[in-house]
Design a protein around this ligand. Structure first.
Ligand code: GAL
Length: 343
């Protein structure tokens, strides 16, 4: 960790000083040799725009982007990676992209704040001749998935992500596969509360839809007691769960959360309401944050679904490097989700 912070600090200092590893300070004779070797190194400028730093999953993702780029450096090739925080504000992110263009980034990795702005952002990046790797928030085309023309028609634009339908399906299956299929009170139906991520985000839409579809496909009757937007946020998840538990009490059998951050919040409210996961209520999330995997193993969460931050970040970096090397790329790259339940 320490080494990484030092590395990051070193990078930042190098960036602030407007220099790169191709112009090292040769302060003694011994270093001159290193200096001339490094002078031959090619430094690529990489701009990474994240929708919001204050997001548990995207924090894992961006840290992995940074360390994986660092691991790909050689004596000949360096990556000068600049990562910016869109603060969940599309206007702010649009300015950041303008600034990446002005700075002459060699490639951009973009986690859009709003996929509805994808057209205009992609047009300006492509117009500037910069290759673009979209991550995490998939802009859908007229025919849904894998049909977005700006990805299909531009050989230097692609999307790296995970199919959110799969994560929703796994959430539903986790409940359907329980001995009582989620019907704790035996009234013949599963009464649930849904806590949704940002509704503009296809991950939230698909997880909400496909978790319930999986139950129905298993022949289980469902009843929605409450469905609220928690915007991927732990505190909101906690509030929504607390209100639902107060309003519907023992009738709540399952709380579905579109991500683990909101499930962590819901878990706190479940405890505060003197309810016990695995006994009188079930709780599922998505992401498989370390603390949630621990909770699943302890039984304080019923299950989660691994959203592979490392797999997606490494794929995005590999594709960005391919683009820097002028290699041809695919339009879409998919990384699988994995169901996580107690061993
Ligand atoms: C989802 C992830 C959420 C949140 C969101 C941001 O894939 O499960 O926790 O990070 O992306 O777009």
């Amino acid at each position: 960790m320490k080494l990484k912070s030092l590395l990051a600090a070193g990078l930042t200092l190098a960036m602030l000083a407007g220099c790169s590893s191709s112009t090292p300070a040769a302060d003694d004779g011994a270093k001159e040799d290193e200096g001339s070797a490094a002078a031959e190194a090619k430094t690529y400028n990489v701009g990474v725009a994240i929708y919001q730093f204050n997001d548990n999953f995207m924090t894992l993702y961006r840290n992995e982007i940074e360390s994986y780029f660092a691991s790909k450096e050689t004596d000949e090739v360096k990556y000068n990676v600049t990562i910016v925080d869109g603060k969940n504000d599309m206007a702010e992110q649009s300015n950041q992209i303008d600034s990446f263009i002005t700075q002459g980034m060699d490639v951009i990795i973009l986690n859009l704040v709003q996929t509805s702005s994808a057209d205009s952002i992609i047009d300006k990046v492509v117009g500037a001749g910069i290759p673009l790797v979209l991550i995490n928030r998939e802009p859908l085309g007229d025919n849904g998935d894998e049909s977005y023309t700006r990805i299909l028609d531009n050989p230097t634009v692609c999307y790296v992500g995970a199919d959110a339908r799969q994560s929703g399906t796994y959430q539903g299956e986790i409940i359907a596969e329980l001995a009582d299929h989620g019907d704790i009170n035996g009234d013949g139906k599963v009464s649930y509360v849904m806590i949704e991520g940002d509704p503009e985000n296809v991950d939230a839409q698909y997880r909400t839809e496909y978790s319930i579809k999986a139950l129905e496909d298993a022949g289980i009757e469902v009843e929605c007691l409450d469905d609220q937007v928690g915007n991927w946020d732990q505190t909101k998840g906690q509030e929504i769960a607390a209100n639902a538990l107060t309003q519907y009490g023992d009738a709540v059998e399952v709380i579905f959360c579109n991500n683990d951050a909101m499930a962590l919040g819901a878990a706190a409210s479940i405890t505060a309401a003197n309810r016990t996961v695995g006994e009188d209520i079930y709780l599922v999330g998505v992401d498989a944050l370390d603390e949630c995997v621990e909770m699943v193993n302890k039984g304080t969460m019923t299950g989660t679904v691994l959203n592979d931050a490392k797999g997606q970040a490494d794929t995005a970096v590999d594709v960005a490097i391919d683009l820097l090397n002028g290699k041809s790329i695919q339009n879409y790259y998919w990384v699988d989700y994995v169901k996580v339940v107690k061993e």
